[in-house]
Write a protein that binds this ligand. Structure first.
Ligand code: PMP
Ligand code: GLN
Length: 361
């Protein structure tokens, strides 16, 4: 969609990445660091000063003490974290439960490992269907992937959701959880509940996060995993021969920048953008779905067109000059509910220009 948007000079609200300038403080740190002697390999599991800062933040935010020597791994973005996690624990014929609509890298990571993705739809309001999850569990179920806050729907798991999962998993001690929490610092309607806080689940959970989202540097590809020692010990063996160590410059710059970052401000900034985008589209013919977190707004276009979402998204680019992502691509059966996802991690000017075009339809 980004490619098609570029070809037609459309405003690109499809792929999730910010188009506003980077934090001046991070740029200044970067300009200084580029001349310093920091350009060789970092230790395999990550730069200790960065890991220390992540541990401090995790304790402050979630009250979880993390031992950086045994429970943390810096990864080349959350994508590598997801791939490493799945390929460490999933073997031939192991089943992995994935909740649709789902982020695109989960299923391929399971297939590369020789495992079987078991894709279950969320309810129509995008809440998890725990009966469906319970019924899908077999003796071969190895892992469940939970993305929270959720891309593409912007939904956030509640206390009740976690309790329901805990009740089900109590009966299945072999099942691991991959908690993809890359949007942990982008929440609006309620605080994010991290797996890092779940006493009953922590021992079997690998939490993945990414500075691409929380510091607006998607291209830097620096993320991290937090997991108990017995699981992390195995993951490091895969990580060592997949990437060995993650790029040193970005790790040094992020480590310094974390001293001044206010993660609360990340949510506040995106909440302002969500509110602006929603108010601009209020008089359009798009129906806005609830957005509790992430930088994605899902809209229903049923009152505009009966076209399927892929064709509608293409036409929106060619005829109306705005790019979004059709939601059906996040389902294994291409379920089409006439929904599109727009990314609002954009300058106010971009959002205003895009909304003007969308309101004319
Ligand atoms: N998980 C989800 C839900 C995402 O939206 C993204 C970002 N596209 C990732 C993982 C991958 O993050 P990264 O860019 O750090 O690899
Ligand atoms: N995570 C971003 C999205 O969902 C972009 C990642 C990608 O393009 N692979 O749009």
């Amino acid at each position: 969609m980004s490619q098609l948007a570029n070809q037609h000079g459309a405003i690109n609200l499809s792929q999730g990445f910010p188009n506003f300038p980077e934090d001046e403080r991070l740029l200044q740190i970067s300009e200084r660091l580029i001349r310093e002697n920091i350009h060789q390999y970092t230790p395999m599991a990550g730069l200790p000063s960065l890991m220390e800062k992540i541990a401090q933040q995790t304790e402050k935010q979630y009250n979880r003490k993390v031992n950086i020597a045994t429970e943390m791994l810096i990864t080349a973005g959350a994508t590598q974290g997801v791939f490493t996690t799945i390929n460490t624990f999933v073997s031939i014929d192991d089943e992995v439960i994935i909740l649709d609509p789902s982020y695109d890298s989960y299923e391929p990571s399971v297939l590369v490992a020789g495992g079987k993705p078991v894709r279950l739809s969320l309810n129509n309001d995008y809440t998890p269907n725990f009966n469906r999850i319970e019924d899908a569990i077999t003796s071969k179920t190895k892992m469940i992937v939970v993305n929270n806050p959720h891309n593409p729907t912007g939904r956030i798991w509640t206390e009740k959701d976690f309790e329901a999962l805990e009740t089900i998993l109590d009966k299945h001690p072999q099942i691991l959880i991959l908690g993809d929490e890359v949007y942990e610092y982008i929440t609006f309607t309620q605080p994010h509940i991290s797996f890092n806080t779940r006493e009953k689940l922590k021992h079997r959970t690998i939490v993945a996060s990414s500075f691409g989202k929380s510091l607006h540097v998607t291209g830097w590809k620096v993320g991290y995993l937090i997991a108990p020692e017995n699981l992390m010990y195995e993951m490091k063996k895969v990580h060592q021969f997949l990437v060995f160590s993650v790029n040193s410059f970005s790790q040094h710059a992020i480590a310094e920048h974390l001293d001044v970052v206010d993660f609360g401000e990340v949510s506040r900034m995106y909440q302002r953008k969500r509110d602006l985008f929603q108010s601009l589209l209020k008089n359009s013919r798009f129906e806005l779905m609830p957005c509790d977190g992430t930088y994605f707004q899902v809209v229903n276009y049923s009152s505009i067109s009966t076209q399927n979402d892929v064709d509608f998204a293409k036409k929106l680019i060619t005829d109306n000059g705005v790019a979004g992502i059709p939601i059906s691509v996040f389902y294994n059966d291409a379920t089409d509910r006439h929904m599109l996802r727009f990314c609002f991690a954009k300058t106010d000017e971009t959002l205003i220009q895009a909304a003007e075009k969308l309101c004319k339809i």
